[in-house]
Design a protein around this ligand. Structure first.
Ligand code: TV1
Ligand code: CA
Ligand code: ZN
Length: 399
């Protein structure tokens, strides 16, 4: 049964590459890779590292990326640099970049005044190889049976497509990791709790019967919310039909509605119908209360309950990062989820320990579990409808 929760110790492998910490998307940009260094510092200061196997990550290779990405796109990521692109006015690389949506604004962004989702940044190629390398190393550890739970908080870049960048994501480490898991595991379940739709992963596996993708996300219908896809009626196609599940929700989702009314009943059904041999969970922390972009009201413990749920299923589990734009909240969340992975969540104190990034937590009173609003604006009828739509789609699976 999916709820075979037990206190058994898990062998947790943790991948952190400090080479990612100094990557800079630009002064104004909302994506801040330093949040992963903050997470790591918090994990260390809570004394969680000795409970895990900490493994060196080796950057992915060009060959690794080609398992999913187009040749021309891989070459562009390798060849482009801020100097060559912004200053030398190389028309060839500009044309290639435009085609791959790197460093160029889309129509709406142009109007926004030059805020590019996917800028040409210093060390772009190295950054892509490193975060993808972490997810691949984690997938290898699970496939080899060396680990029960493997963690790469730098990964989870779910929007990247085979030939283009999208939504702050250049390389899709999730697709690469799932492809690797499929060499060993017959059925892989992908679950995405980032506030945005996991479109890049869904798109690649929508016709593949071996992979089921489930995304919980904000979807505003006519009111556009990035990336604008992921309605309940999108269920996959061909042999993969009904192995794509979308759970679209309005802003304001709280723990009770998200977890008890949707996540748990839906995932109970997914687990019993699909019976995966491995699970990949994208833990985007932009679904937390107070995120700069998200608009959901989840608490750290509500978000982490999703991790706890999947851990209790006793299936090899890959935990990845993703979105998350209020960096102190992100680090609090991923640190607590690391504690959940090693089974120490009840032992770590709520007071943030003294450490180098301590001052970032001032706004949350130096508490790991910062407060979220008690009152909810979510209507029970709306939640029931979302749940019924999801369960109706799941009834079609294996019929
Ligand atoms: C530079 C500087 C870029 C400030 C981007 C918010 C910025 C955003 C910025 C931003 C921002 C988006 C769109 C519009 C598509 C564009 C990691 C129709 C204050 C996984 C990606 C969201 C989410 C992209 C990624 C989105 C993830 N929102 N300030 N950009 N055009 N882009 O809406 O799922 O979390 O916002
Ligand atoms: Ca999602
Ligand atoms: Zn997101």
């Amino acid at each position: 049964s999916p709820s075979c929760g037990d206190g058994r110790k898990r062998n947790v492998c943790y991948y952190y590459d400090s080479g990612i910490a100094n990557v800079d998307y630009g002064a104004e940009h909302v994506m801040v890779p330093r949040r992963v260094a903050m997470t790591h510092a918090l994990v260390a200061s809570y004394g969680l590292l000795p409970h895990m196997t900490r493994l060196r990550t080796t950057p992915a290779t060009e060959h690794d990326l080609r398992a999913f990405h187009d040749d021309g796109y891989v070459r562009l990521l390798r060849d482009i640099s801020p100097d060559g692109y912004y200053r030398r006015h190389d028309n060839n690389i500009r044309a290639r970049a435009r085609a791959c949506r790197v460093g160029v604004p889309d129509e709406d962004e142009e109007a926004d005044g030059g805020h590019y989702d996917n800028p040409v940044i210093d060390g772009l190629w190295d950054y892509c190889l490193r975060y993808a390398g972490g997810s691949l190393a984690a997938a290898r550890a699970l496939a080899a049976g060396r680990s029960d739970i493997a963690i790469n908080w730098s990964g989870g870049m779910h929007h990247a497509c085979s030939g283009k960048a999208s939504g702050f994501c250049y390389v899709n480490d999730i697709v690469l990791a799932i492809q690797h898991l499929l060499d060993t595991f017959a059925r892989v379940l992908y679950v995405d709790i980032d506030v945005h739709h996991g479109d890049g992963v869904e798109e690649h596996f929508k016709g593949d019967e071996r992979v089921m993708t489930v995304s919980f996300h904000r979807y505003d219908g006519d009111q556009y919310f990035f990336p604008g896809t992921g309605k309940a009626g999108d269920v996959g196609e061909g042999k993969g039909k009904y192995r794509t599940l979308n759970v679209p929700m309005k802003a304001g989702m709280d723990d009770a509605s998200y977890l008890h009314s949707l996540f748990v009943p839906i995932m109970d059904t997914v687990m019993s119908r699909f019976q995966p041999d491995a699970v990949v969970l994208q833990c985007g922390a932009d679904s937390l209360y107070g995120d700069r972009l998200g608009g959901f009201n989840l608490s750290v413990s509500g978000h982490a309950a999703c991790v706890s749920y999947l851990r209790s299923c006793n299936v090899p589990l890959l935990l990845l990062g993703g979105g998350g734009y209020t960096v102190n909240h992100v680090a609090s969340c991923w640190c607590y989820e690391t504690a959940v992975a090693v089974g120490k969540e009840e032992e770590i104190p709520d007071d943030i320990p003294h450490h180098g990034y301590e001052h970032y937590y001032r706004d949350q009173g130096y508490k790991l579990h910062y407060p979220v609003p008690k009152k909810s604006s979510i209507k029970k009828e709306d939640i029931d409808k979302i749940k019924q739509d999801a369960l109706a789609n799941l009834r079609m699976l294996n019929e």
